[in-house]
Write a protein of this length. Structure first.
Length: 282
């Protein structure tokens, strides 16, 4: 590989809570092996990589008694009997208006309804309730052990710092994509489109992309970049398919593996390269 090439890696949410390992709160089947393959890849090609960027899903615990962390977590909502929704419940605006679901804090209801209406009006994923995950300061927020080791070795050998991108700390919006929240909060610039990062990627020659989950945070992050970086830059992207896994299909809900598979083909048609951890830069 030409040493003059500017090669970057973008690794999305490679955190314990998303890996299928003991203790994870939102495991994605296959993620543990994905992280091990990425570990080996970084150890193999790290000397050719100019920059590594790692996004981290980062939720905050607001209330220790009732763990209200995010609008997409169970403790935010309750039914008419006061019961929280089960994980993977989909909440639609019509359900809120009908009183099927309301907010545990009555003062949150108006804004929460407006949020769900905004998701539906813009064609975003419907509000899905997730188990509390990636809480800042917990083991689940940490990067997968093996991968973190590779990142630290790269940092030491290349005398370079890993660039960490925090997302998800605003409780009023989901933040799948690392570049922008699902519904940006006008009072929080951290939820707006990160055009500075996208502009930086324009200077790269090759951008490898991997992480979790392929149906959600990887998909949304890459879409956000692809829609704003300029079509002439899309051929720089190498999607490392054996370093990504989708969320499993939800009973009576979305088929996320199928959504992920279709998305890969759509990105390929837009000019991105589908590759593997062993073929990348080989």
């Amino acid at each position: 590989m030409n040493k003059n090439l500017r090669i970057h890696l973008l690794i999305i949410d490679p955190q314990n809570d998303f890996c299928d390992i003991a203790g994870a709160t939102l495991p994605v089947a296959g993620a543990n092996e994905d992280m091990k393959r990425l570990t080996a890849m970084i150890d193999r090609v790290g000397h050719e990589v100019e920059g590594i960027h790692v996004s981290l899903d980062s939720h905050r615990l607001i209330n220790i008694v009732h763990p209200i962390t995010n609008i997409a977590h169970p403790a935010w909502w309750q039914d008419e009997k006061g019961n929280p929704p089960s994980p993977f419940t989909l909440i639609f605006a019509k359900d809120i208006r009908a009183g099927v679901w309301t907010t545990r804090n009555p003062e949150f209801l108006k804004r929460s309804l407006a949020y769900v209406e905004a998701l539906e009006a813009t064609g975003k994923k419907p509000l899905c309730i997730w188990p509390p995950h990636c809480l800042i300061g917990t083991w689940g927020h940490n990067i997968h052990f093996d991968l973190n080791g590779a990142l630290q070795r790269w940092s030491a050998s290349e005398f370079a710092m890993v660039d960490y991108l925090m997302k998800g700390s605003n409780p009023w919006t989901e933040h799948y994509g690392a570049m922008m929240a699902e519904v940006p909060d006008p009072e929080d610039s951290n939820t707006a489109l990160n055009m500075q990062f996208i502009t930086m990627l324009r200077d790269a020659d090759i951008i490898g992309v991997a992480g979790e989950a392929g149906s959600h945070c990887v998909l949304e992050t890459v879409n956000q970049i692809a829609d704003n970086i300029g079509d002439e830059h899309l051929k720089k992207f190498h999607i490392i398919t054996d370093g990504i896994s989708p969320v499993g299909a939800v009973p009576n809900g979305p088929d996320f593996p199928a959504i992920y598979k279709d998305w890969l083909q759509a990105m390929s048609k837009r000019g991105m390269i589908l590759t593997t951890s062993t073929d990348f830069l080989s």
